[in-house]
Design a binder for this molecule. Structure first.
Ligand code: SAH
Length: 213
């Protein structure tokens, strides 16, 4: 687990790029600046850790682009102590960003190999989720609900109703909705039965898949 001065310098440059691209939440930028992204990447790709792109992490999945991680995190509007559910642990990078922000994170991954890899990585680094679960995030994680915020990090063809039901009143769900391309969407549970909906830009995610486990 190495983090050289060169890594730190490149990270700072990446943070400047993200800020130029419109990320303006200082806490989010700080969190990304504190996390060595190379630790979450495959050994042959570590030199690209500070390029603002998504890269393969195995099993046909990717570590999200830093801009996307920052964008979604910004939309979640978390504060320290918030209970957050993440659907799609993948590399564990987004998970660590939320933990760095002081959130208590519950995270679900449906690819066994990626789940195992992330579980092992969290043993070695300082960012630890409250729980990492092998399962289908479409269903959410009822046992620990309700959540202040829920983030889906894969493209969802439809809105998973269970996730809506697992939000606190005032809770936010940030989810990319669509098949080939996704619209970043934020739902806020304004009362027991009412939700507000806002849409943001277009993104491309690997698909949220159902019924593997
Ligand atoms: N947050 C991750 C992004 C990984 S890509 C990161 O920062 O690296 C999206 C991940 O969602 C993939 O690992 C994929 O296996 C997972 N995924 C897809 N469908 C899922 C589902 N129904 N439940 C849980 N995870 C799912």
């Amino acid at each position: 687990m190495e983090d050289t001065n060169k890594n730190k310098g490149l990270r700072k440059q990446l943070i400047n790029i993200l800020s130029e691209k419109g990320i303006n939440d200082k806490n989010v930028l700080n969190a990304l600046n504190n996390i060595p992204r190379q630790w979450f990447m495959e050994s042959g790709l570590k030199t690209y850790a500070y390029t603002d792109k998504a890269y393969p992490i195995g099993e046909g999945q990717t570590i999200s682009q830093p801009y996307t991680v920052a964008y979604q995190t910004q939309l979640l509007k978390t504060k320290a102590g918030d209970k957050v559910l993440e659907v799609g642990t993948g590399s564990g990078y987004q998970t660590s960003v939320l933990i760095e922000l002081g959130c208590k994170v519950f995270t679900i991954e449906r690819q066994r190999l990626l789940f195992k890899k992330a579980e092992l990585l969290f043993k070695k680094i300082k960012w630890k989720p409250k729980k990492i679960v092998f399962g289908d995030g479409y269903k959410g994680l009822k046992i620990n609900a309700p959540y202040d915020a829920i983030i889906v990090t894969a493209g969802s063809p439809e809105l998973p109703n269970n996730l809506m039901l697992q939000l606190k009143i005032g809770g936010r769900l940030v989810i990319p909705i669509g098949t080939k391309e996704q619209t970043m969407t934020r739902y806020v549970r304004v009362s027991d039965k009412e939700y507000s909906k806002e849409t943001f830009g277009s993104f491309r995610f690997v698909p949220l898949l159902k019924d593997k486990v």
